[in-house]
Unconditional design. Structure first.
Length: 549
């Protein structure tokens, strides 16, 4: 506590009310970016009240994408928004869940650290949450902490109590509460309804939290008299009732919030001079390219979680970034790989200019992915295979070109030619990581950033403009180098390996204009201001292809 008192960081807590999915993560990321555009140093954190230790074992169809940080944390996809908008690499210390909090509390209890006291939600759980919020802070001006879920959730209560206490401990001049709510429009009455917002704020007040600002999600502008009403009933300054209108692009959101006065009011709250406005030129440039592209290119993503596009959040964004770099709009055709199994590849892929098979788990839908890869290979359509997509591309070459019909991954069982097998040992920063067949599933994959060496003269070395890269991983299985020679004989070359040469990281086809498979997830590091080179090149190849069809 005394440690944090000596630091300058101010804390902004973002909560949500009325309903979920209001874009709290985007609001947090946008505010952070706009504060950066005023010259401040920011940090973003996510506190998730669910009981899982991390989202790693949750279905992508339930929770969306699992974002992976450089230091190997599996975290909520909001950390992806944070990184993309702020450019600040997220860390292990930026993401917490109730599962992790309880794990820490129980570890301490078993260790005897509580010296015989009865362990309670208040103060032990709340103190652990406070420690998380206040930990690992250096010279940040603002630390933004987003609380997952919606006010009123049982799981969220300890978090609200903890942030109330942090504001109490630090003083209100170092803390601010922002609440994101919904103003529904009732067409039959022709009215915007403020009641749900009022109730939501009342609920927060029950926990001892008086919000300082409201971000009201709304399909239209909020008339001033409605803002005045909300302000009066919610005990908030009128200029701190901010309209959060639906935007045509997420990259418009920081501009829209800033125009509504969000950052000016945040500065005022903290007594910071707000006369000089934020320089948002970089956001204006992005929005301008998105609104006025030179053309459109259609790219297929063949996966099995396409019913919930949140499962491919970073991927969709990275493709957009690749488009921005090429001044093109990327239109993604999301295809369920099982539809390809049913209808054939041509039925779904004959109108696309590039094909991407993303990461994935489990056997269902893999036949369709392999059919898509065959189509890309045979029709010379640009192809990018990511993680599982790379593993499937290797299996495709082994089955369809090398004639090894039962080539497969041991992820689906032991009865196969193990072209892709379980990684049981690898090097991490000089130490050995060991895994066994029946170990725990949670948090035990090869996670986070690892270096990779690229072959001289390869397409990827040209794309990256260097021979040594670092990319983020999340996988348990790995292409088996025993088959390297056979793959080579059939046109697939391993062009990227771990520095010790033991783990293949990238493959390319030499008989194809653009066919690359990567074991890592390049989409996690792509940003609108720094599009990932692989996506820039992939989209460029797609544009070239589109001119051929
Ligand atoms: N299921 C594969 C593995 O664990 C691929 C994982 C992924 O695509 N992220 O190796």
């Amino acid at each position: 506590m005394t440690d944090i008192l000596n630091k300058k960081a101010k804390f902004i807590f973002i909560t949500g009310g009325v309903v979920s999915s209001l874009g709290k993560g985007l609001a947090s990321a946008s505010l952070a970016s706009v504060l950066q555009c005023r010259g401040f140093k920011v940090r973003l954190r996510k506190l998730d009240p669910y009981l899982n230790v991390d989202p790693g074992t949750m279905s992508p169809l339930q929770h969306g994408e699992v974002y992976v940080t450089d230091d190997g944390t599996e975290a909520d996809l909001d950390l992806g928004h944070y990184e993309r908008f702020s450019g600040v690499p997220a860390k292990r210390t930026d993401s917490i869940t109730t599962g992790k909090i309880y794990q820490r509390v129980i570890d301490k209890e078993r260790h005897g650290d509580y010296l015989g006291t009865t362990i309670q939600v208040v103060p032990h759980v709340t103190n652990e949450i406070k420690d998380f919020i206040l930990s690992d802070i250096t010279d940040e001006d603002f630390v933004l902490c987003e609380i997952g879920g919606t006010v009123g959730d049982i799981e969220g209560q300890p978090y609200l109590e903890a942030i109330r206490q942090v504001a109490y401990d630090l003083g209100r001049e170092r803390a601010m509460f922002i609440h994101v709510t919904l103003l529904p429009y009732i067409p039959t009455a022709g009215e915007l309804k403020t009641k749900p917002t009022q109730h939501s704020v009342k609920k927060l007040q029950e926990y001892g939290i008086q919000p300082d600002m409201l971000l009201c999600r709304c399909c239209c502008d909020i008339p001033q008299n409605e803002k005045r009403k909300i302000a009066l009933f919610c005990n908030i300054r009128e200029e701190n009732v901010i309209t959060a209108r639906d935007a045509d692009s997420i990259y418009q959101v920081p501009i829209a919030y800033s125009e509504e006065g969000m950052d000016t009011q945040v500065c005022k709250h903290f007594g910071i001079n707000s006369d000089k406005p934020a320089d948002l030129s970089k956001w204006h440039h992005i929005v301008d390219v998105l609104r006025n592209p030179e053309g459109t290119v259609k790219i297929a993503v063949v996966g099995k979680y396409v019913q919930l596009l949140e499962a491919y959040k970073s991927l969709g964004e990275a493709l957009t970034h690749g488009g921005i770099a090429n001044k093109f709009k990327v239109k993604v055709k999301w295809i369920d790989s099982e539809d390809i199994e049913r209808d054939g590849a041509d039925a779904h892929l004959n109108d696309v200019s590039a094909i991407l098979v993303p990461g994935g788990f489990g056997q269902r839908g893999t036949t369709g992915k392999i059919m898509a890869i065959t189509y890309a290979r045979e029709h010379k359509v640009p192809f990018l295979g990511i993680c599982f997509g790379m593993q499937m591309a290797v299996i495709e070459t082994m089955r369809n070109l090398a004639g090894v019909k039962n080539a497969n991954t041991t992820e689906f069982g032991p009865d196969c030619e193990p072209v892709v097998g379980l990684m049981t040992e690898w090097d991490k920063d000089g130490a050995k990581e060991i895994r066994t067949k029946d170990g725990d599933l949670g948090g035990t994959m090869r996670l986070g950033a690892y270096p990779c060496c690229l072959s001289e003269g390869s397409l990827v070395a040209k794309i990256y403009g260097t021979n040594k890269i670092s990319e983020r991983h999340r996988h348990r299985y790995e292409v088996n180098l025993v088959y390297e020679k056979t793959l080579n004989d059939y046109g697939m070359v391993v062009v990227g390996k771990s520095p010790d040469g033991k783990l293949p990281e990238i493959v390319e086809r030499i008989d194809h204009p653009w066919f690359i498979g990567v074991q890592f997830h390049p989409e996690l590091k792509s940003k609108p201001f720094a599009p990932h080179p692989l996506f820039v090149s992939f989209v460029a190849a797609a544009i070239k292809q589109s001119r051929l069809i």
